[in-house]
Design a protein around this ligand. Structure first.
Ligand SMILES: NC(=O)c1ccc[n+]([C@@H]2O[C@H](COP(=O)([O-])OP(=O)(O)OC[C@H]3O[C@@H](n4cnc5c(N)ncnc54)[C@H](OP(=O)(O)O)[C@@H]3O)[C@@H](O)[C@H]2O)c1
Length: 328
C-alpha cells in the first residue's frame, strides 16, 4: 500500500504540529496485522497529544490516533484472517506506535479485538476508547456492589465523551442518574441520554467539611481535582467512585474519613492496560446490554482534515459528545 493519508504529529522547534501526509506501509511501525481503517475517533488524550497540551507522545514523528476499527488486509498471525472486522485501541497505539488517524494501520496481533456481535465498525468507533472506558467503569463499579437499587449515580463532565456514554449505559441498566455539566444549555441533551437530574457546575455548592450529606451510591468522575474530592465527601455508605480522568486537574485533596467511616471505595479505571480477557468481555457487553441507544446523537462524523480543529475544541471543552473520524 502506498500513497495513503495519515495525520502525523511532529515536534518542531519545541512545538507540536500536525500535518496530513502521504504515507506508505513500509513506514509504519511493525506488527503482524495490517488493517484497512474504516473509522477512528477522537478522545481527550488524542487532543492532548495532537496539540502538545499534554506530554502523551513518546516518539516523534508519530501517526496519531489511539483508536481504530476496520477490516484486516493481511495477517501473519494464525488467529486473525484477512477480511476479519476488528477493533484496536489502547496499548501504545497513537502514543508510541503509529496510530489510527490513517487509511491503513499496522499493529501487533496481541492488540486486536474481534468486532463483537451487536456492533458495526462505525458504532464501535462511536464508542472508541471513551465508550470502552465507560463500559469498564460500569463493570468495575458493579463488581464493587453497585446496583440500581442502591441510590443515585453522579456523572460529572457530563457532556464529555466518556460521561455521555456512561450516562447512556447506566440509564439503560436502570440507574437513576444525576449529571453535572458546565454547559447549562445542554440540559435537554443530557435528559435525552437518560439523566433524570441535571445540575450546573457553576452553581453546585461543594462545601468544605470532611464528610458532607450523603448523596451518591456511585459516581463516574472524568474530572479529578476538587470535583473528585467533593465526591469522596458526599458518597453514601459503601458508595463506589470510578476515577477516570483529570479534566479539572490531577490533584486530590481529601481525608481518610469517607473511606474509614463510610466504606467509600475509590476505584481506578485504566483503559490502556486492561488484560485481553476482560477487554473482550467489555467489548461484548458494549454490543449487548451496555449498547447505548443514542450513539448517533453522541458521535459527530468528521473527515481526517477536520481532526486538528477538533483537537482545539476538545481542549477548550467546547464539544458535546465525541467525534467519529471517517477513513478509507
Ligand atoms: N482512565 C482512562 O483509561 C481514560 C480513558 C479515557 C479518557 N480518560 C480521561 O477522562 C477524561 C474525559 O475524557 P473524554 O474523552 O470524555 O474528554 P472530553 O470529551 O473532553 O470531556 C471532558 C468533559 O469534562 C468537562 N470539563 C472540561 N474541562 C473542565 C474543567 N476545567 N473543569 C470541570 N469540568 C471540565 C466538560 O464537560 P461539561 O462541559 O459537560 O462539564 C468536558 O466536556 C479526560 O481527563 C481523559 O484523559 C481516561
Amino acid at each position: 500500500m502506498t500513497g495513503f493519508r495519515a495525520l502525523r504529529i511532529f515536534e518542531e522547534n519545541g512545538k507540536t504540529v500536525t500535518r496530513i501526509v502521504e504515507a506508505s506501509l513500509d513506514e509504519l511501525d511493525a506488527g503482524e496485522v495490517v488493517i484497512r481503517a474504516a473509522y477512528s475517533s477522537i478522545n481527550y488524550k488524542d487532543a492532548l497529544a495532537g496539540t502538545g497540551t499534554g506530554r502523551i507522545i513518546r516518539r516523534f514523528p508519530l501517526i496519531g490516533g489511539i483508536d481504530v476499527a476496520g477490516t484486516v488486509v493481511s495477517s501473519s498471525d494464525a488467529s486473525i484472517k484477512a477480511g476479519d472486522a476488528v477493533i484496536c485501541t489502547s496499548y501504545d497505539l497513537g502514543v508510541a506506535h503509529d496510530g489510527g488517524f490513517a487509511d491503513y494501520v499496522r499493529v501487533p496481533a496481541a492488540w486486536i479485538v474481534p468486532l463483537p456481535a451487536g456492533l458495526t465498525l462505525e458504532e464501535s468507533m462511536c464508542l472508541g476508547t471513551a465508550g470502552y472506558t465507560a463500559g469498564l467503569a460500569v463493570q468495575l463499579m458493579e463488581q464493587n456492589d453497585l446496583a440500581p437499587g442502591n441510590g443515585r449515580v453522579l456523572v460529572n463532565g457530563a457532556t464529555g465523551g466518556v460521561a455521555s456514554l456512561a450516562i447512556e449505559m447506566l440509564a439503560g441498566l436502570g440507574y437513576e442518574i444525576t449529571a453535572i455539566t458546565g454547559k447549562d444549555s445542554e440540559r435537554a441533551y443530557l435528559e435525552h441520554l437518560g439523566a433524570t437530574e441535571v445540575l450546573s457546575r457553576h452553581t453546585v455548592e461543594m462545601g468544605k467539611k470532611p464528610l458532607e450529606k450523603t448523596l451518591w451510591a456511585g459516581a463516574v468522575d472524568s474530572l479529578g481535582g476538587e470535583p473528585l474530592a467533593w465526591l469522596t465527601r458526599t458518597m453514601r455508605i459503601g458508595g463506589v467512585i470510578a476515577a477516570i480522568g483529570n479534566a479539572a486537574g490531577p490533584d486530590l485533596h481529601t481525608t481518610v474519613f469517607p473511606f474509614i467511616l463510610r466504606g467509600v471505595r475509590l476505584i481506578g479505571i485504566d483503559s490502556v492496560n486492561t488484560g485481553m480477557p476482560l477487554r473482550r468481555k467489555i467489548w461484548q457487553r458494549l454490543g449487548g446490554d451496555l449498547k447505548p441507544r443514542h450513539l448517533a446523537d453522541v458521535a459527530h462524523p468528521i473527515g481526517l482534515e477536520e481532526v486538528p480543529a477538533a483537537f482545539e475544541k476538545l481542549i477548550k471543552a467546547e464539544v458535546r459528545g465525541r467525534y467519529l473520524v471517517k477513513l478509507a
